[in-house]
Design a protein around this ligand. Structure first.
Ligand code: GLA
Length: 734
């Protein structure tokens, strides 16, 4: 690391105090910090690039410690860092000791090293500003230099400070299994607002670890200063928002310290998860696009440059009823539909115990010879012969009490000493103790065996269907039991790193009872995630909409489900189901044998047309055009006076091509249709609309083949014909 060239800046109010101003720049935003060896780094400003430090100081902008430490800030403020030292002292007394500066191909990194005046303790605070996208990451390294253990009682990854905010709105994403990512927007009021998740093993079902702040009043999709923050962690977390006594706003984000005070041994360092934040004057849409770009650059496996295959997953088609004949028939069906990959889901494994439902066999990763007498190779060969790839489901972090693994290694599951196990899915599921290196090796070896014995497996669906219900580890020493929640995830990351080192090219889907692991803590090891177990196309529009605020389309696995849909009973026409799934990574999850000829025909059309637009959808820039009325800050009474439609589009970087999706959510006779204004186009360019996935046997709508300027489409918009229930349209703009 190169020492930063010092730039001394004379503050206005003190003739003798020197402070160093450090600015981290992204293309359109800046983070301005004051660094002073007499104290710790302070945040002076985060926002628009145009503000300069002199203006900020002259305008009376306050600076606040970047990492507010207990014992150093006025006790009325919330700390981001609190340590208990060996003799019991809880106070920190940090001083800035060094500043380093490094550049990488795509970013600039500044690190502030702070040491404590009274204790042997080092804190390094990092900021990484990206060159091609308006995202800055922050995290810390906490190092124990004492001769005895210290206890980390609070250890946020980052803290953001907004001087004299006014009418700031928070949008967070609340949900549940099968109903993920519902945006909730509220004005921040005095007091502390906390968003947290305590599942233990996943963190995106109930409250997701991402929030947006709209600095200019109610959230707006297209304009207004907006900050997005994503905590890159898969475990329990806490995001706190607080308005202080000077009307300054603070955002704190980090691992949840509840039941998780971390015991750090001498010489040990804990690196906290990254907090990635983005700033945009283009509202929530601008923040989403910046974060999507960042995700494709470094937030996911393979740098997010590759487009994903069109697949058929067996789960909702046949559930546990796997037989060789059925699987080969499904491989045949997806090949004939034009698909590229088949994924065999749950139910293929088990030795002593057959996995015919969810109550047994996790951990017994051997092929069930009763169901698949000729093993996996017959299946991978069948796929190869038909020109499709083969994928397989595993859930390696769990076992069932009814399994050979549990019988052999009862000590390998998380468990409270002398207490009955709390049992999860199927009445028998328990989570393995990933703090234990032997368990880590078992998982790595399981995956290694599967992939080395079956080199034609091109895809893994990695599931995690249990939360941590048993708090205790037979591996961790007594005094480190409170490290469980963190060491579990550090163990998981180490497992994934080892697997990825050996198998970088296998596509791995991140799944946790649907979208339970849609977070950036794990995505660097995965290529995509399963958005939700709810495949009902109508509800999927809402779930996908909410998920899109932080995640790009190539991460979002979206499948055409069956009809009537097993969860909701809803009967939805195949075109609508396909149009909804096509707005992300397209797949199918049903039994093709149960489809009508007309449904199969529509799927062939959808798959063929999707291949034309896949790179625009998966790698393009997202513009959310018309939000579901239920998601608006002031929802209209239902039925609303205007037709309730949803529209979104993806635009290529060069703005030469775009794809528009429009769906009608409900239709009532007196409702006015809505004219949809497009976004992100080049006003000077002419765009010709081509309708895709046209209903089998029907003609395209009247807009097909019509040409408009980008300017016209963005200023005036067009009426997209959406008549009748489950009306939807997809257009390619060339
Ligand atoms: C979870 C996943 C589903 C499916 C089942 C299999 O619920 O989210 O997609 O894989 O497990 O048991």
């Amino acid at each position: 690391m190169k020492r930063l060239t010092l730039f001394f800046f004379l503050t206005l109010f003190s003739a003798i105090t020197f402070a160093e101003i450090i600015t981290l720049n992204t293309p359109n935003s800046q983070l301005v910090l004051k660094a002073d060896s007499a104290t710790v780094p302070h945040i002076l400003y985060y926002g628009d690039k145009s503000a300069n430090p002199t203006e900020l100081e002259n305008a009376g902008f306050e600076a606040f410690p970047a990492m507010p430490a207990f014992g150093m800030i006025d006790m009325i403020h919330l700390p981001a860092l609190q340590i208990q030292f060996p003799e019991g002292d809880l106070n920190l007394d940090l001083r800035l000791a060094d500043i380093s500066h490094a550049t990488t191909e795509n970013a600039e990194i500044v690190s502030f090293v702070m040491t404590d005046k009274r204790h042997k303790f080092r804190l390094t605070l990092f900021y990484k500003a990206f060159k091609n996208t308006d995202v800055i990451e922050t995290w810390t390294e906490i190092c124990n230099l004492e001769k005895k253990d210290i206890v980390l009682k609070r250890f946020d990854s980052g803290h953001l400070f907004i001087d004299k905010g006014n009418n700031i709105w928070l949008t967070h994403f609340h949900g549940d299994w099968a109903a993920e990512a519902i945006p909730v927007s509220e004005r921040l009021t005095k007091g502390v607002k906390t968003i947290r998740n305590t599942d233990g093993a996943r963190n995106a079902h109930l409250d997701a670890p991402e929030v947006m702040l709209s600095l200019d009043g109610e959230p707006n999709e297209a304009c207004g200063r907006t900050i997005g923050a994503a905590l890159c962690w898969n475990g329990n977390y806490e995001i706190r928002l607080n308005i202080d006594n000077h009307d300054n706003y603070h955002l704190y984000a980090g691992i949840d310290p509840q039941s998780s005070e971390y015991v750090l041994s001498p010489k040990q360092t804990l690196t906290t998860p990254k907090l990635a934040f983005a700033y945009s004057v283009e509202g929530m849409g601008g923040v989403s696009r910046s974060l999507h770009r960042w995700a494709r650059e470094c937030g996911m496996m393979h740098n997010g440059k590759a487009v994903r295959d069109i697949l058929l997953n067996s789960w909702e088609g046949i559930y546990f009823d796997i037989t060789e004949e059925r699987i080969i028939a499904m491989i045949d069906d997806i090949a004939k539909l034009g698909g590229e990959l088949f994924v065999m889901d749950d139910g293929w494994f088990g030795g002593k115990y057959q996995r015919n439902n969810d109550s047994s066999s996790l951990g017994d990763w051997v092929v069930d010879k009763k169901k698949l007498p000729n093993g996996l190779q017959t299946l991978t060969d069948a796929a190869k012969q038909r020109g499709v790839k083969f994928g397989i489901w595993i859930e390696p972090e769990s076992t069932n009490t009814k399994s050979e693994l549990y019988e052999q290694h009862p000590d390998w599951v998380l468990q409270a000493a002398n207490k009955n196990l709390n049992l999860g899915r199927g009445g028998t599921q328990v989570v393995l103790d990933l703090t234990n290196p032997k368990v880590q090796d078992f998982i790595v070896n399981t995956v290694d065996k599967l992939l080395s014995e079956n080199p034609d497996i091109a895809y893994i669906k990695w599931d995690a269907n249990a939360s941590i219900q048993n708090y205790g580890s037979t591996y961790l020493p007594k005094h480190k039991q409170s490290n469980i929640y963190i060491d579990y995830h550090l163990g998981l990351i180490s497992v994934l790193e080892r697997i990825r080192k050996k198998y970088p090219d296998v596509v791995i889907q991140n799944c946790a009872s649907g979208g339970g692991r849609a977070n950036y803590g794990l995505m660097p090891y995965f290529d995509e995630f399963w958005v939700s177990d709810n495949n009902d196309a109508l509800q999927r529009i809402f779930i996908q909409w909410g998920t899109s605020y932080f995640f790009p389309a190539n991460l979002m696995a979206q499948h055409i489900g069956g009809s009537p849909y097993h969860m909701t009973g809803r009967i939805v026409p195949i075109k609508f189901r396909a149009d909804v799934a096509m707005s992300g990574r397209l797949g199918l999850e049903l039994q093709p044998k149960n489809m009508t000829e007309q449904e199969l025909q529509q799927c062939r059309i959808a798959i063929k047309d999707y291949k034309q637009i896949r790179d625009i959808v998966q790698l393009g820039n997202l513009y959310r055009l018309v939000a579901p009325k239920a998601f608006q800050v002031h929802p209209e009474p239902l039925p609303p006076a205007e037709q309730d439609i949803v529209a979104l589009m993806y635009v290529t970087d060069n703005r030469e091509q775009a794809v528009v999706f429009a769906y009608s959510l409900s239709q009532f006779q007196y409702q006015k249709p809505q004219r949809v204004k497009f976004s992100g186009l080049d006003p000077e360019k002419q765009y010709t609309l081509k309708e895709l996935n046209i209903k089998a046997g029907e003609q395209p709508c009247s807009l097909n083949g019509k040409t408009f300027s980008g300017d016209f489409l963005m200023k005036n918009g067009i009426l997209i014909p959406l008549n009748g229930d489950y009306a939807s349209r997809v257009f390619l703009l060339n």
